[in-house]
Write a protein that binds this ligand. Sequence first.
Ligand code: CDP
Length: 843
Amino acid sequence: NGEKSSQQQQQQSQVLNKKRKREDNDRDGQKRHQVKREDNDREGQRRHQGHSGKELNGKSERLNNNGKGRNGSPVNSSLKAKANALLSKRKDLPIWAHQSEIRQSLAKKNVMLLVGETGSGKSTQVPQFLSTEPWCRPQMVKVAKDGKGPIEDLSVGGCIAITQPRRVAAISLARRVAEEMGTPLGNSSPASTVGYSVRFDNSISRNTKIKFLTEGMLLQEMLRDPWLRQYSAVVVDEIHERGVNVDLVAGFLQKMVSGKNEGRGGIPLKVVVMSATADMEGLLKFFDAGFKQPTAAVNGKGQKAIKKDEEETEWSGISSDDNKASKKAYGTPNGTVSKPGPNTDSKSNALVKKHKNGNPEGDESAPFTEFDPVKFGSPHISVCFIEGRQFPVKIFYTPEPVQDFVDAALHSIFQIHYKEPLPGDILVFLTGQDTVENLEQLVREYASGMSPELPKLLVLPLFAALPQAAQQRVFQPTPPKTRKVILATNIAETSVTVSGVRYVIDCGKVKIKQFRNRLGLDSLLVKPLSKSAAIQRKGRAGREAPGQCYRLYTEKDYLQLAQANTPEILRCDISQAILTMKARGIDDIINFPFLDRPPREALEKALLQLYQLGALQDDGAISEVGLKIAKLPLTPSLGRVLLAAANPDMDCLLEAIDIISALSVENVFLNLTSEEKKEEAETARRDISRREGDHLTLLATVQAYAGENSDRKAWSERHFVSHRAMQAVMDVRKQLRAQTTHLPISADDIVAYDSRTYAVTPERAGLILRCFLKGFSHNTARMMPDGSYKTIIGNQTVAIHPSSGLFGKKVEAIMYNEFVFTNKSYARGVSGVQMDWVGEALA
Ligand code: CDP
């Protein structure tokens, strides 16, 4: 056997080498990736607790087994059978033993903090535990709907919201919980009790009792009903991810749980905050502070508007001195990336105990610490700690830094595939759609030359912009004699659980959005990940059995990583967040309870940008335009474009929707590396290329693709366009059309638009670009006498990205969709514009 496998290995190596030679690129010089086996089995196997399920609450059993939907309709018996089959798995989850504790705590206190490693069962079980509690039933109350006006009979509660940072997690969790409960999913049947709501996709029924939704969607719901009257509880999941939206959600909820709930007829909203790695002490203080300093009513009526002269008010809030200790201990620095270091703060040391199953040596221990609820408990908040269940994971580092992680990952995949037996799927962490697609192509190519005796490789990409159906494929069981290779962005770090994974390959990098003050805008940067993220990635290999993690960086580099991710609110453009707060009636931004207060410069920039967009009035209050933008599921800039396009003078809403849909995916066009292919693509795309630039080219692409009725896949291949990306674009387009019906756009308009043969005239193209300038006047640059471009605001040099159709062209001025920084500053998604249009937009 050993001989056979070594022969196979040799054979495969030859195939690989032959193929590689043909690839005449600069990777040739690369050394074969070597991994140093290092016995890093320090963690030891954690207690694997099996539970008898004795604590199963009778009600929950009835809910699963009574065979009826809430409205009494018979539930499909195969759904019921599947739910019964899943019950034993549920009982085996670490959280199961805490079921009564969680129920009892929430019956007594309205806020609960719950920490447990990824996979312990938080997201799937907590909503099921709570949905049968007596406080979770809808109740009729007599209240004034909007705080004033006549008293009405209104229903409060009955539903549980669980927020997720990502769409894919919200959908896959809803699907899983529906299966576990034996109910159809979402809007597929009126009997369904589990649904989800994500941007561009709302799948709920009138009986939805458990609703997974993205943080952004919950914020949108808060704009419609600040009291969240349909909910009995909001579960904030994955708070450790710390995107801007979850920080806002936390701020709003902190105000709400400590208030009087006037708008809910006095019925409290229960809040559960869950995390895999959270700063429990900081969170406890944060929610406790709400009770200590009663805040104004949640609708913010009567609060002062922020005026320019008031911006000098002292910067105060929850992230003040008494929170510094926890920041030091948990590495949530103010705007800078922290370096790990010995924690000398005795106060925090006293508060923090290493988790009993963790590794006493430090670095590779469970990334969270245990909070002592007795000593630091609050009369309003309970804390629950779920013990982890993690099998040992061996870590391999590269002996030297890796130049090209895509190449290194390719080698590691085949190294694992030849050496390691089945079962055991591979999960590869990459930076973005581009690297995922590059590696996908390479793996497919090499796999096609593999010996037929070897197990098959099933390559599955997973990134946020992937169409729904493709995303869900990673969750399907691996077919026999096959190894799944999932190529993912950090989406798979904590948000989604993919079963079957035993091998993790971690590129060590992550693509993050970062605000660049000098430029006054966000750009996407590829950065080293944090230690806490590296530990999460590694952990994905040890969920079901002992695993292996291949880190494509050296151990020295690992030790130098920052401890934790910087919260997004400290590093990104926060204009959308500010607009949401203003639309929600919070005018006094300064006194909003932020988990981490955004830097003053960022706040000022955001306010300025909102003024420029016309979303705020001179006195700082939200304008009519601002209110309309806040209700669109888009950034303020793109929202402003849509409003401009809907204006009857412009009348190009459907065109704007097409372009915005195309901008919502990372890249519509295939990433081509060889010059030969690039030239071929240029010729093939002649009919969709527009000399005005990328916006109009995208429009032509969407229109041509949508107009292609016979074979869209073949059309895409002919044009070197990503069929997959275009499917996602069409999803977004459909949803945006449906969600802008309050703007003047009728079904007839859409039919007329869709049945037209397109040729956007230069005049109309100008009109469309002028609409985009309404939202992007800050993303403009003019040509200098030497042919270079300098930004109109800030006077910074910026070059047109090689991926742009305008690359190498000289035009009076450019407008761009996004700013990227690799080795220099690039504008991406570029169109040529006239200076007087820019002046018109800035006026
Ligand atoms: O929230 P947490 O990471 O603690 O765990 P979870 O998401 O509730 O997952 C618990 C278990 O449910 C996982 O280990 C999977 O076995 C299963 N699960 C699944 O099969 N499919 C999903 N989409 C989500 C969870």
